[in-house]
Design a protein around this ligand. Sequence first.
Ligand code: CAA
Length: 395
Amino acid sequence: MSEEMANDSPTGIHDLSFATTEFVLPHTALSRHNGTDIAKYHKGIGQRSMSVPAADEDIVTMAAAAAAPVIERHGSDGIRTVVFATESSIDQAKSAGIYVHSLLGLPSATRVVELKQACYGATAALQFALGLVHRDPAQRVLVVAGDVSKYELDSPGEATQGAAAVAMLVGADPALVRIEEPSGVFTADVMDFWRPNYREAALVDGQESIGAYLLAVEGSWKDYAEQGGRALDEFAAFCYHQPFTKMAYKAHRHLLNYCGHGVDEERVARDLGLTTAYNNVIGNSYTASVYLALAALLDQADDLDGRAVGFLSYGSGSVAEFFAGSVVPGYREHLRTEAHRAAIDRRVPIDYARYRRLHEYSFPADGGDHRTPSETTGPFRLAALRDHKRIYETR
Ligand code: CAA
């Protein structure tokens, strides 16, 4: 195909699927443990429960579970690249994507790489994928993004944990969402949230992180407008990164104010209302969160044929990007609404004590042969750690 034709063909998200964990901790259980008024969780931060990985689940098992139905539906022809975005990486050298590539039986003629910039990583992966497809529209890219969000026990961040992975097949003539040019981008060197290599739980300055997020909303929107993007009124809905769902509301009100629109709560509810349903019960899934917002929107909206959706992807540290997508007419025939609801409904509620044990559980680092308790009923499991190697298996 000529370069001119390649650039003309729309590119975007052809398929979207997510997976989450075996267990779920309702916020009522956390509130009973720490005495916090449940209204603070349900209303103040907008969270009802959070996904908790079983001892034999991690970012790889969730990502493989998210991607398997995509490969089942579309096959692997044309997939020459797998990009895994995460900030809860399991290895400093090897990409988690290689384990996913192996579990899914993808061809060896594939490049696999891991990308990181906090919760923004999946959007970097999406943009990387779009670039590859623009260069060769016959190719498709499997983008997976998965995280386990973990804060210290009994810290303010504890209520905003969660875990999930999303898989997106990116290609030409997509069935779901065409991703548009331009993007508005923003970077600021801030220490709002970070996780040094020697720590399992993230460090965060909660209020600073909210302020940094809002500044990034402003900055990325300003650049988006300067690059000639759409006007605010053209968007049918906005998918924000949702570390907790109330953050999307804070961000959108901030954007409306920044654009001189004033805050009309009916409009805010219309713009965001359908995007929070999955994050509200899954919790923070870091890189996956903004695309879980998209899944919730597509799965629930009456009709978005041809409508524009705004995306605000934020990653602490910080990098943000505002971009637009246009929903492809007929998208509803390609959704996975039932499977998504099942992924949420199949989780087994656990009590605070069990959650705490799982939170405290970590593999010994002695290089011995450590088998993992058999807990997950998902399609893939982390079976053992042996000679410092993670051993995965298909169930
Ligand atoms: N009934 C109703 N609402 C109540 C309430 C009650 N009884 N008690 C408190 N609230 C409200 C508060 O008024 C507040 O609402 P507003 O922000 O609208 O004023 C809300 O509940 C939260 O209360 P606090 O600010 O007192 O909560 P906190 O100090 O315990 O911590 C938090 C909240 C900062 C989000 C904390 O959970 C945290 O640090 N989380 C991790 C960091 C995070 O998610 N940051 C978001 C931006 S960074 C990012 O997006 C990247 C990422 O993924 C981490």
